[in-house]
Design a protein around this ligand. Structure first.
Ligand code: UTP
Length: 289
């Protein structure tokens, strides 16, 4: 069984819900507390043992590549000024030389198409896929739990979390079959079902471990909802020949793709920080009071 060594981060979307900010700032570079959203997702992947980070970018996303580069002059200046705490943070986050790759989607034809653009960089091995819109908070990262389930099953793993049963129409929902270790067999997958038609309240929360066979399916995948090439449609076809397992994530998931989710994530992550919690609690109380 091949180890999961590489992770793909699709960051080529237009981020229309964050206009006008996203005219010039990629939504993945918007900051939650003091670091860009993409940093949280890369940290989660690294904690799960990922060794190579592949970004599928697009026009106006060049500063994502700059962000993960070593800022030599900045580090020198911090060192000279004795700002060792800040320098240590930068160093601890710095990807090693040769462990990042960037490719461009060229046209935002959908998530499925963005993933397909990474095919040559991934090659013939299973890979992790993390949507930077979603950031998570828990002691053990979501992707770490998924890698454990992958090591038990050797197949495809899709993370899910529970949503309000009245809100299934907002998400991709899976049906849960037999329990397998910490996970379960996925029996069905439906995009945005009405509550009455939903097989469960378990929604796909933006983390996947997929076998490379998905690339051939994506290559022939016809456009689906929103006239985009949908990953879910290709995963359904993958399910015809391979097992799909669900990993039930019990930590917190924040959807930073919408302004309200983004503000919630900022508050939640600030409250999780011991150094900030008292001030933030006081601010929230004052503003809401
Ligand atoms: P979303 O549909 O949530 O992102 O895609 P979006 O299109 O950027 O946002 P809105 O709806 O216009 O506000 C989920 C993830 O897939 C990536 C996005 O960057 C995001 O991380 N994506 C989506 C691509 O990389 N390419 C695409 O063609 C579409």
């Amino acid at each position: 069984m091949k180890k999961v060594r590489k992770a793909v981060f699709p960051v080529a979307g237009l981020g229309t819900r964050f206009l006008p900010a996203t005219k010039t700032v990629p939504k993945e570079m918007l900051t939650v507390v003091d670091r860009p959203v993409i940093q949280y997702v890369v940290d989660e992947a690294r904690a799960a043992g990922i060794e190579h980070f592949i970004f599928v970018t697009g026009r106006n996303k060049g500063n994502i590549e700059d962000y993960f580069d070593l800022q030599f002059e900045l580090n020198e200046t911090l060192e000279r000024r004795g700002k060792t705490a800040q320098l240590d943070i930068l160093r601890s986050m710095q990807p090693a030389a040769g462990t990042t790759s960037f490719t461009r989607q060229q046209e935002p034809l959908g998530l499925g198409h963005a993933v397909w653009c990474a095919r040559d960089l991934v090659g013939d091995e299973p890979f992790a896929l993390l949507l930077p819109d979603m950031i998570m908070h828990s002691e053990k990262g979501c992707m770490s739990g998924m890698v454990d389930l992958y090591n038990d099953t050797g197949s495809n793993v899709i993370a899910v979390a529970e949503c309000d049963p009245a809100e299934t129409h907002k998400y991709g929902i899976v049906g849960a079959g037999e329990q397998v270790g910490d996970g379960f067999e996925i029996t069905s997958m439906v995009e945005k079902p009405k509550p009455a038609d939903a097989p469960s309240n378990l929604y796909i929360n933006g983390r996947y471990i997929l076998q490379p066979d998905i690339f051939d399916l994506l290559a022939t995948q016809e456009r689906g909802a929103g006239n985009e090439i949908q990953l879910t449609d290709a995963m359904l076809r993958l399910g015809d020949s391979q097992k799909l397992y669900g990993y039930r994530y019990s930590g917190e998931t924040y959807d930073c793709g919408s302004p309200e989710g983004f503000v919630e994530a900022n508050l939640a992550f600030a409250l999780h920080r011991k150094d900030l919690r008292p001030q933030i609690e006081a601010i929230v109380k004052r503003l809401a009071g």
